[in-house]
Design a protein around this ligand. Sequence first.
Ligand code: ZN
Length: 427
Amino acid sequence: MKAFRGEILSVPDDPQFAGPEAVRHYEDGLLVVEDGLVLACGPHAELADRFAEAPVEKLEGLIVPGFVDAHVHYPQIERIASHGEQLMQWLERHIFPAEKAFADRAHADNVAAFFLDQLLSHGTTSALVFATVHAGSVDALFEAALERDMRIVSGKVLMDLGPEGLRDSTASGRADTEQLIARWRGRGRLGYAVTPRFVPTSSEEQLADAGSLVAAHPNVLMHTHLSENQGEIAFVAERFPDARDYLDVYDRFGLVGPRSVFAHCVHMSDRALSRMAEAGSGIAFCPTSNMFLGSGLFDLAQADRHGVKIGIGTDVGAGTTLSVLATLGEAYRTCQLRGASLDPFRALHLATAGGARVMGISDRVGGLLPGQEADFILLDEKSTPLLARRCKNASLHDRLFALQVLGDDRAIAGTWLRGARAHLRAN
Ligand SMILES: [Zn+2]
C-alpha cells in the first residue's frame, strides 16, 4: 500500500447531465493505492488516520486521472503535419505509403515503442489505437504496451478494397483477426477492436464478416470512422444509394452496437445520432484533426440532445498533437464556432471517464474511484512562465481552462500506471 498527497481533481460523471456534484476536488487530498488499485481517494484530513501505515509521497501540482485517447493511429505518428489535402487525397499521398512500411516488423516495433512513450509523456494512459492492415503491426503495439503496462485497445485494420500493398481479403482479414484475438486475449490490460478502416475501403462481404466477428466475440470493440468529410460521405452514398445515411451502412452489417466506437461524426443527421444513442454506440470527437483536414466542426450540442456517449480523440496523424490537453483547447474552439461552449470540468470528464465509457472500460479507469486502476497524472501549471502567470491566484475553473488552452506535454509533470511511475525509455 502507498499514498499520494496533493491537490486532486476527478470528474467521474458528466457535469452536463449530473450537475456540478460530478466534480470531485480535494485541495489537500489523499489517493491511497493498493496492488495498483485505488483503495480510497478523498480529503487528507478524513483519510490520514485510516491509512496511517501507508508511506506517503507528496506531489506538487494537480493530480487528475490519466487521459484516455479514444481514437489515434500509431502508424501515422511520423506523418503528423503533412501539408496540403483533405481526407481522401491526404490518405493517398501521405498515409497509405507510410502504412505500407509496417509490413516490416522491425519498423513496427520501433514506431510502437516511440508512440507509446510519447503517449505517456503526454499524460495518456489508455488509448483506442488504429494499427495497419498487417497483423504484425498489432503484435508490435501490444508487445510494447504489455511491457509498459498500458491499457491499449487495438486491432488489425480490415481493408480489402485498400490500395495495392495495403489490402487484405475477407478470408485473410478474418483469419488474422481470429488469431490476434486468441493470441492476446486476457494479457495485461490489452483489448481487441475489430477495425474496418471505413466503408470506402471494405467490400460488403468484408463488412458483413466484421459484423460476424463482433457478434462472435463478446469482449471486443468495433472501431471505425464515420461521416468525417463531405467527399467521403458522397462516395459512400453513391455506393449504397438505398442506405438512409452513412451510419445505416454500418448498421446493415451488424456494426452499430454498444461496443462500437465511431471517430469523427462531423456531419450527422438526427436520425443517425438517435440510432447511435439507442444502440449505445460512442463517438470519438477529434477536433484538431477535423480542423487540420478541413473536415468540419463536430456538433457537441446536437450529439448531447440525443445522449450519445462521447470521448476525445487526438487522431494523430491527421490530428496535430498527442496532447489531450491541447486537444481540449481545440474542442473548446470548435464548440465556440458552433455557437456553444465547453466547460473545462466537462472537458476533463470527456478526456478521462467519458472516453473510458466509450471504450467500455469505465469500471477500470477514468475517475480515480475505489476499485479502479490507479492511472493518474500530475499537471504542472507552472510549466511555462505564461501559464504560471495566468494561473497565479486563479480559481480552479480558470486554472483548468488555462491548462487546456495553453498546456501541452510540458504541463505533464509525471504519469503513473497502476500506482507506479512510468519511466520513459530513450528512443
Ligand atoms: Zn482516424
